[in-house]
Design a protein around this ligand. Sequence first.
Ligand SMILES: [Zn+2]
Length: 223
Amino acid sequence: MGKHLVIAGHGKQPSGRIDYGAEGNGYKENNLTKELCTLMDAYAGEEMSFITDHDVYAYRTMGIHTGWDSITEIHFNAFNTQSYGCEVLIHADFEPDALDKKLLAVLDTYFVSRGFKKRSTALGNRIENMEVCKTKGFNYRLVEVCFIDNANDMKVYQANKKAIAMGLVEAITGKVQTPAAPDTDATGSLYRVQVGAYKTKGNADKMKEKLKTAGFDAVVVKG
Ligand SMILES: [Zn+2]
């Protein structure tokens, strides 16, 4: 068992029916939350565990998940196709902690930051899993990666989901993750590994420096 728990939002209900969550641009939220967990798992090693096979909220089982250093629940937002960006939801009785800030910083590289959003029974926007974690003393946040119904957000997400997964794992474990090295096949063709695509050259250069620090040669290509 790892130290950190990541929960894919939505999924199988006690009735057996699947709650897919929001939909947009040909995507279903629960498919995306499960896929992102799978992508993160590729970098996570033994440090993290994932729940992707049922809806923890619907099963009302949040309270049994004791002993984790952190719990992060993954969702994708939806509104009116015009809203966009990333946000991290926390309980209104808390201020964002170091992990909340690191997670938002990872997403902020790709999406416009909507900041931290506070939720509670007192505010009238209770989130069940969040309330249970508060009561139990679990370290919890709910991450809205971007808007599933916004075409540009989803384009950026699809182009960068592996790098986003790597960044989220890095934020949660506190350990720099190393992308897979380039590999050659028998004919000697080179397989190129892309770790990200960025709106600004500054962010691309930042990732290049990060890779260099991790011991990888990287080039920034415009395209
Ligand atoms: Zn959701």
